[in-house]
Design a protein around this ligand. Sequence first.
Ligand SMILES: *Cc1c(COP(=O)(O)O)cnc(C)c1O
Length: 521
Amino acid sequence: MQYKSTRGKANNYTFEQAVLAGLSPDGGLFIPQSIPQAPADFLTKWASLSFQELALEVLSLYIDQTEIPRQDLKELVDRSYSTFRHKDITPLHHVKDGLYILELFHGPTFAFKDVALQFVGNLFEYFLKRKNAGIENKADRHKITVVGATSGDTGSAAIYGLRNKQDLDVFILFPTGRVSPIQEAQMTTVLDANVHNVSVKGTFDDCQDIVKGLFANKDFMAKYNLGAVNSINWARILAQTVYYFHSYFSLLRSLNITPGSEKKIHITYSVPTGNFGDILAGYYAHQMGLPTDKLLVATNANDILYRFFCSGVCEKSVGEDGGVHETLSPAMDIVVSSNFERLLFYLARDAAVDAQVPEAEKDVKAGEIVNNWMVDLKQKGRFDTGAQVLAEAKKIFDAGHVSDQETCDTIRSYSHPRNPSQAPYVMDPHTAVGVKAAETVIPKIDSQNIVISLSTAHPAKFSDAVEKALKDQEGVVFEEFFKTVLPKEFDGLMTAERRVTLIPRADEALVIEVIDKELSK
Ligand SMILES: *Cc1c(COP(=O)(O)O)cnc(C)c1O
């Protein structure tokens, strides 16, 4: 499998190039040359595979054996998921008739980004080892310096994915005092020598701008061979497709349905969405042949995607703080979703390119259309894709948006269900956005119309919001209730030894100084 760009001007990249480069030279994102189909008999053949076995099958369709031999890929997958606390890796929890929660938070940092970043870390290590085979002289070895900015989850998941990897250093910039205390502790208590936390006095956007500046600095780029693990990295999307397949088979098992049988059920995946990486993986799974009915884009008040799926118009919201609304589900507080461009490419190709255009030229045309949309978004703050593109999108996608109040109400109602036969379930605010959106958009959730709602974080990771939701419930002792949910891994985390460099103002030169100093050690 080769990779191409969403802007239509770059082709024939290997998987390794696509993963290590992150962004294509024409400014687009990498996508596979074509979307592979799952084998004709996958519904029976894959039905009882473990998560790891399934991952091997799915990833093999996107990574040629000549690039990563199957045995090596198997070892990479096994190692990546050995750090998860649950034997199913991403277990499916039955909440009530028709509603299932796909728990993606059983990795080291208690949020779904581990599913991808544990794999990406091992992948980077694998590529480096291969490049460095037989090179003894330290100065001659290939090295990668990963630099990233985070408002919380990405940083901790990246650090846990990359810690202690040979020939690789990771610098994570975060805004001082603006990530949650647990997230900050998760990042800064990792003391491996190759992990460097940089706390920058400023905002998340300041951190992001510094990172962008470093990547635009050709000399610096070359000197340290900068790498990125942000949400546009293709390997992250790829790793996430696996749990769509895995949860589908878990669901059939739980319903006692024979895979491939005629019994008709409708399945909607509801996905709390920020940068559109998680749900995009669901789109790939669907295009590969997974029988899903709908993918539901669940947003918080940062609802650019919700508005798109209503109108076909993508329009940045404006206002203070660059248009971002601060919500109880901060990992979804975005203005523009970076991975949305990948879906736009497919929509453009299927519904905006003139039908007369020969097959061989469609990619280039679609790339031009995507490029125009992106230019418009940058210059005018909006673009309109038109009725046909919207209709194409609506074939698979639906969308809902959820307020903070609804988020709290949802957390509360599931932790204290009215129906005595329903077991209490404490969910985090991001998960609640997904559940509430499904309840709003889908008229009837039942044993024929099933919702699998993705849970992207453990409730303890966003305990402030959960506490807010549960506290004023009459007759409920919050402390007692929450104690049963708090993972033992969080014990002692807040007081453990930390390593972090403080930077007194958002200044690229100061960050360069820190990187120079740390890497010359
Ligand atoms: C990153 C994140 C999301 C959003 O996922 P995208 O792939 O960016 O859409 C949702 N919830 C949590 C907890 C996250 O960390």
